[in-house]
Design a binder for this molecule. Structure first.
Ligand code: FEO
Length: 408
């Protein structure tokens, strides 16, 4: 196959893969994905940074061949840096090591163990263990390694290319999109920010403060004095790295917008009507409202809207004295990945419809409280069968009251 590399700096090439067809990545709804890998040419050695998912090796190798052709050099890769060992970055490692058996591999201790547990064929593979401050000299070009445990796995590592000020950050600062051009400035800024936010909300936010601490630590150490780019392993390369660092700071501090996310499911349109009236109440105060219909909207999209909302409203019908079961996935997801679990407090309100005994309201309240939300129990709205005008007025007033709260 033919696939071109993209030169991003002197002697530095993007040699990753474009997964145009991806729509779901372990439950994360994506409009395609990229698996970014980079090839760095020093005066004496050539290094490959990271790798690609199962099935994408031919594409990466074609780009590597193209990069060597552009540099007018025989193909020989001396060093292989593995910043993270989730399968989207190491799935093709066995093929790569079969083709380049003499390459020196560099990764953290946790990575060396984890690779062997995922690729049993590599049980005897040798890895050079890297710790923070270790360097690799390619001849005129040097890397400094910065271990970044739990950003977002124990094995995670950042690699800083000192001379050009490029931080290869792996998952941190990434976005799950697939575009034909490689830079932040090549795509609509709002689209890019939306997908960076979604990536952060679903994959990074539990480690948010650690990302910021790591950036502060690197700044203090002078590692970022000449930062020109952040080159993550997914999505666009940040040529204006301050943009994404500032966004991460905002999200990690829990700074939210005057915005409320309303999430609902319905059986016979009763909670649907209630949700619509709640949104009308929010809108009446000039506050932004986002609406999510659970059966159609992926949890990963809902989480992105919750991230920068000051409050959420959650409503489902009652079914056999419990919340309508379609809410189950979202509640389970919120119990593990929620802004509230990072210490950020958000307000929540709940609503439901019932035929007779009820039971959804206390269960929703319990689940959201356990996930770390401050639930306004006295504001819950519950109606019988089909909401009448009085019920709908209560919903409108709930939306209005929440909107007034988030404006305070
Ligand atoms: Fe892109 Fe944690 O893998």
């Amino acid at each position: 196959m033919k696939a071109d590399s993209v030169k991003i700096a002197d002697g530095v090439y993007w040699v990753g893969a474009l997964d145009w067809d991806a729509r779901d990545f372990h439950g994360f709804a994506v409009p395609g994905m990229t698996y970014n890998a980079y090839l760095v040419f020093g005066d004496e050695k050539v290094a490959l940074i990271d790798n690609v998912y199962d099935g994408f090796y031919p594409e990466m190798w074609a780009r590597i061949e193209d990069a060597f052709a552009k540099e007018q050099k025989e193909i020989k890769i001396d060093a292989f840096v593995i910043n993270h060992i989730e399968n989207d970055h190491i799935g093709s490692i066995p093929e790569f090591l079969e083709q380049c058996p003499d390459v020196e591999c560099y990764c953290t201790q946790a990575a060396s163990m984890g690779i062997k547990r995922q690729h049993h064929c590599l049980a005897d593979q040798e890895f050079n263990v890297i710790t923070t401050g270790d360097t690799l000299d390619l001849g005129g070009k040097t890397f400094t390694f910065i271990n970044a445990p739990m950003l977002h796995w124990p094995d995670s590592n950042f690699t800083l290319y000192n001379e050009e000020g490029i931080l290869f950050s792996n998952d941190a600062f990434g976005q799950h999109i697939c575009e034909s051009k490689r830079y932040d400035v090549d795509v609509d800024p709002a689209y890019l920010a939306l997908h960076a936010k979604k990536f952060y909300a679903n994959l990074v936010q539990l480690s948010a403060s650690m990302v910021l601490n790591k950036v502060a630590e690197m700044t203090e150490a002078g590692y970022l004095d000449n930062l020109t780019m952040i080159a993550p392993c997914h999505g666009q390369i940040w040529t204006q790295p301050g943009t994404i660092v500032e966004l991460y700071a905002k999200w990690a501090k829990g700074e939210a917008d005057e915005k409320i996310t309303v999430i609902y499911e319905t059986m016979h349109h009763s909670t649907q009507k209630m949700a619509h009236q709640i949104v009308e109440g929010i809108m009446s105060e000039g506050v932004e409202a986002k609406m999510h219909f659970i059966r159609y909207d992926p949890e990963s999209d809902i989480l992105a809207d919750i991230l920068d909302s000051k409050a959420i409203v959650l409503g489902v019908p009652t079914m056999m004295n419990n919340p309508y079961p379609k809410i189950g996935n979202l509640l389970a997801y919120l119990s593990c990945v929620s802004p509230a679990n990072t210490g950020v407090r958000k307000t929540a309100a709940v609503f439901s419809s019932k035929g007779w005994a009820g039971g959804a309201i206390p269960k929703l309240t319990e689940s959201l409280t356990a996930a770390g939300f401050d639930v306004l129990e006295d504001e819950a709205v519950e109606e019988i069968y089909v909401p009448d005008e009085n019920d709908l007025d209560k919903c409108y007033e709930l939306g209005k009251k929440l909107a007034q709260m988030v404006k305070e």
